[in-house]
Write a protein that binds this ligand. Sequence first.
Ligand SMILES: Nc1ncnc2c1ncn2[C@@H]1O[C@H](COP(=O)(O)OP(=O)(O)O)[C@@H](O)[C@H]1O
Ligand SMILES: [Mg+2]
Length: 133
Amino acid sequence: LPSDRVVTVTQGTDINVAREAGRALAAELGFGASERVLIATAISEVARNIVEFAGSGEVELATLRRGTITGISIIARDRGPGIDDVEAAMRDGFTTGSGLGLGLPGSRRLMDEFEITSGPGDGTTVTMRKWLR
Ligand SMILES: Nc1ncnc2c1ncn2[C@@H]1O[C@H](COP(=O)(O)OP(=O)(O)O)[C@@H](O)[C@H]1O
Ligand SMILES: [Mg+2]
């Protein structure tokens, strides 16, 4: 789809660009208003983590087709310091910053599928998908 895109994320305003691009793609795919809010929220959280913890990275937004089912794919990737303990980072309330520690676990709950790959020195990649029903 024309609205599939990659948003470079380096500063706070890019979080809004990524979120609005995701909201637009979700609308184009037919997601309802409340689902668009959930998708936009998850995108904001992973984009904010790039700005806060990695400094720069990108958010890739794409259309998925699995048989006759349509979905949205969000991949947030950076080459920052990575996460020492991914299991801990996925727990509610865990933060090494000044946030609430709900960004990653909250995003996992908002989306249908959630994968995170990260390690010290390897950067971080978060892959999330939501399917239209
Ligand atoms: N892209 C990233 N690069 C490095 N560390 C990250 C990244 N995203 C998340 N983290 C780590 O995981 C923790 C939990 O993230 P999150 O659930 O979003 O909570 P918060 O942002 O409020 O700290 C962060 O405090 C940070 O230590
Ligand atoms: Mg966060």
